[in-house]
Design a protein around this ligand. Structure first.
Ligand code: HEC
Length: 139
């Protein structure tokens, strides 16, 4: 009989301890004090402090159009030949024969639709032949 009593007392004590431990754990979870506290959280830096008088400026993207050779017809060439692309299309070519430049200007007008009047086209062709052929190209 004594043994049975002791057994029950142990059982009761054990159960009580388990319930107490579970209660304590639950209380901790409720308080969000369980460890590790930052599990699953993203640590982000605070946003940069901006003063009200901050000045932000975005200036023009620097473009360096290539300089065309000095000479008569340069203005026409610069204005008509930069409508669709940079004049770099001219300077990046190897020195081309005079006939090729004429064909090139004709291609831009007739095939690709460049609206260049005949008189200006003639001036441009002369200019290109005077500065961008194997004999005349300097730079
Ligand atoms: C209507 C728009 C337009 C105008 C204006 C224009 N081009 Fe072009 N140009 C193009 C196009 C599009 C190409 C690319 C063609 C290709 O890939 O076949 C090109 C390509 C070129 C090329 C590279 C070689 C080639 O044949 O593809 C040169 C050189 C050239 N152009 C010179 C000129 C000159 C010189 C002028 C002024 C007389 C001029 N372009 C005006 C549209 C134009």
């Amino acid at each position: 009989m004594r043994l049975v009593k002791r057994y029950f007392a142990l059982l009761l004590g054990g159960s009580l301890a388990i319930v107490l431990a579970a209660g304590l754990l639950f209380a901790q979870v409720e308080q969000r004090s369980y460890a590790p506290a930052t599990l699953g959280q993203l640590q982000q830096p605070p946003p940069a402090a901006l003063t009200e008088d901050s000045v932000y400026q975005v200036s023009a993207y620097p473009l360096y159009p290539p300089e065309l050779a000095e000479g008569e017809g340069r203005t026409e060439t610069e204005s008509f030949c930069s409508m669709c692309h940079s004049t770099r299309f001219i300077t990046m070519q190897p020195p081309l024969p005079a006939a090729t430049w004429e064909a090139e200007v004709t291609k831009m007008r007739k095939t690709l639709g460049a609206p260049i009047p005949d008189a200006s086209a003639a001036v441009i062709i002369k200019y290109l032949q005077a500065h961008y052929t194997p004999d005349t190209r300097k730079q």
